[in-house]
Design a protein around this ligand. Structure first.
Ligand code: GLU
Length: 279
C-alpha cells in the first residue's frame, strides 16, 4: 500500500516537473519570437545603433591611454581617441560615445554585466581572457618592463632578488607575469596605476611593473623615474566585446583595418607616443 502511494506521489511530482520545465522553455521561445517580430535589437551592434550611443570602458588613471584631466574633467589618451573614432565609424558622430571608468580588475565583470559595450583599456589579448571575452585584432603592441627611481641598482628583471618589492596593479597580466619571471620578488598589488605610481614615489617599493607604454606615460609625468632594461613579455592590446558578439567584433576589426590603411593610426600613435609605430 505504502509502495503504491509512493509510486503515485512520484508520478505526480514528475509530471509537475515536466510541466514546469516545458513552461520555462515555452516562455523563452515566445520571448525569442517577440524579439524577432517587435524589431528589438538582436545583438550588441544593433543595440548600440538603436541607442545611438557607444558605451566604452576606458582607463581614467593611465597617462597616454586614458587619463582624467582634473582641471578640465576630460578623459584623454590614445584609447580615448580610438573609442571616439569607433563611435564615428559605427554611429557617424564621434561625440556619440559615453566613457565609463574601468580598472584592470573591473573591466571584464563590467563588460559581462552589460555596463559597457566594449573595453578599450590597455588590455592584453591572452588565452585566459579569451575564455571570458572576444577580442578584436591587435591594435597596439606593448611589452612588460620595470620603472625605477633614477640611479636605482635595478637595471632589469634579473636584478630582482629575494625581498625586492615590486608594485603592480590587481587584475593585470603584469602582476601575474612578474611572479613567474621573478619568483623571489615581493609583489604588492594596487587598485590602479595612479595608486601604484604614488606608492613608488612614496618609497613603498623598489620598482613598478607594467607595460612599457604605460611606464612611458609615468616617466613623462615625473622624469625622476625611468624605465629599467628591456621588455620581458609581449603584451598585444585588443578591444574586448562580450563573448559571441561577432557582428560587433567584425565592426571593430573593419574599423581598425580602415583606420590603419588611411594613415590615421600612425598619426594617432605619433600624437601620443611621440614617435612612429615600429612595423
Ligand atoms: N596590458 C596589461 C593587461 O592587460 C597591463 C595593463 C593593464 O593593467 O591594463 O593586464
Amino acid at each position: 500500500m505504502l509502495k503504491l502511494k509512493n509510486f503515485f506521489l512520484f508520478t505526480i511530482l514528475s509530471c509537475l516537473l515536466i510541466a514546469l520545465v516545458g513552461c520555462g522553455s515555452a516562455k523563452e521561445t515566445s520571448k525569442e519570437t517577440a524579439k524577432e517580430t517587435s524589431g528589438e535589437p538582436k545583438n550588441a551592434l544593433e543595440q548600440i545603433k538603436k541607442r545611438g550611443k557607444l558605451v566604452v570602458g576606458v582607463k581614467y588613471d593611465t597617462n597616454l591611454f586614458g587619463l582624467k584631466n582634473p582641471s578640465t574633467g576630460k578623459v584623454e589618451g590614445f584609447d580615448i581617441d580610438i573609442a571616439k573614432a569607433l563611435a564615428k565609424e559605427i554611429l557617424g558622430d564621434e561625440s556619440k560615445v559615453e566613457l565609463k571608468e574601468v580598472t584592470s580588475k573591473t573591466r571584464i565583470p563590467m563588460l559581462k554585466n552589460g555596463d559597457i559595450d566594449m573595453i578599450v583599456a590597455t588590455m592584453t589579448i591572452t588565452e585566459e581572457r579569451k575564455q571570458e571575452v572576444d577580442f578584436s585584432d591587435v591594435y597596439f603592441k606593448a611589452g612588460q618592463a620595470l620603472l625605477v627611481k633614477k640611479g636605482s641598482k635595478i637595471k632589469g628583471v634579473n636584478d630582482i632578488k629575494k625581498g625586492t618589492k615590486v608594485l603592480a596593479v590587481k587584475g593585470s597580466t603584469s602582476a601575474q607575469n612578474i611572479r613567474q619571471k621573478a619568483p623571489e620578488a615581493t609583489v604588492l598589488e594596487f587598485e590602479n596605476y595612479s595608486e601604484a605610481f604614488q606608492a613608488l614615489k612614496a618609497g613603498q617599493g623598489d620598482a613598478l611593473t607594467t607595460d612599457n607604454s604605460i611606464l612611458l606615460g609615468m616617466q613623462k609625468q615625473d622624469p625622476n623615474y625611468v624605465i629599467a632594461g628591456d621588455i620581458f613579455t609581449d603584451e598585444p592590446y585588443g578591444i574586448a566585446v562580450k563573448k559571441g558578439e561577432t557582428e560587433l567584433q567584425k565592426a571593430v576589426n573593419d574599423f581598425l583595418k580602415k583606420y590603419n590603411t588611411s594613415g590615421q593610426y600612425d598619426k594617432l600613435y605619433e600624437k601620443w607616443m611621440g614617435e612612429k609605430p615600429k612595423k
